[in-house]
Design a protein around this ligand. Structure first.
Ligand code: 6GU
Length: 231
């Protein structure tokens, strides 16, 4: 998979995508990351990437030219436009979930546009953007962290990225119930004990206990998920 990351602050993503599992996926050749700094594609002499909105109002809008140049360059250097999904994380997008992550993990070329300031010139959205995604009902200062959240959730689903495929398949949300509690050694830590059943070696009882815990947790925290299962 080729992931193209467009942002005024691409260092945030460079650092993150170089570490841990996402970095290893790159070093193993499973995914390539390409970074584009908006200022590098802005017009001299001032290299402004934003301007005030036509029609008035507060806040600055990202100008179209630098982003058009970057996307033209990506498409010129690779294949045709139809093979790209162009994602624009934005609070007015469709709310992200595991199903969308799965679908995106099957793509070969993804372009992320991380906005900042008040917004992005609508012509970029109309011309290029295929997916407008929000990561939840709260407000962030910009699109870099949402882009990274989305990339993380996608890349870990590509075969070979996480060790046991099983560790992805037992996650909360892939399975409709939330995860059960986990314990490791020591058995007794400062008087805090691991539940007896987990030490029993009785696989049937352990499985039942885990299923019960998952159900209890889902019922208190996410009754909406239980309602979905029943329907
Ligand atoms: Cl995608 N961007 C920003 N700025 N805030 C958000 C968001 C995205 N999703 C939720 N809040």
């Amino acid at each position: 998979m080729e992931i193209h990351f467009i942002s005024p602050f691409d260092k945030i993503a460079q650092v993150t995508l170089n570490e841990s599992i996402l970095g290893r996926a790159n070093r193993n050749g499973i995914v390539n990351y390409h970074f584009y700094n908006l200022y590098d594609f802005a017009d001299p002499p001032h290299h402004s990437i934003d301007d005030s909105p036509f029609g008035g109002g507060v806040g600055m809008i990202l100008k179209p030219e630098p982003i058009f140049r970057i996307i033209d360059k990506i498409i010129d250097e690779n294949s045709n436009r139809n093979k790209y999904r162009v994602l624009f994380p934005t609070p007015d997008g469709e709310v992200f979930n595991q199903q969308i992550a799965k679908e995106l993990s099957l793509e070969e070329n993804l372009i992320f546009i991380s906005g900042h300031y008040k917004g992005l010139d609508q012509r970029v959205r109309d011309e290029f953007v295929t997916d407008e995604i929000s990561i939840g009902d709260y407000v962030l200062t910009g699109g870099d962290l949402p882009s990274l959240v989305i990339i993380d959730s996608i890349v870990r689903l590509i075969p070979g990225v996480i060790g046991k495929i099983e560790s992805a398949e037992t996650d909360s949300f892939t399975n409709p119930l939330l995860d059960y509690p986990h314990y490791t050694r020591p058995e007794n830590f400062r008087g805090l004990k691991v539940p007896e059943v987990l030490l029993s070696g009785h696989h049937g009882k352990i499985e039942n206990w885990r299923q019960e815990k998952r159900f209890e947790k889902t019922k208190t925290r996410r009754p909406d998920l239980l309602a979905k299962i029943k329907n």
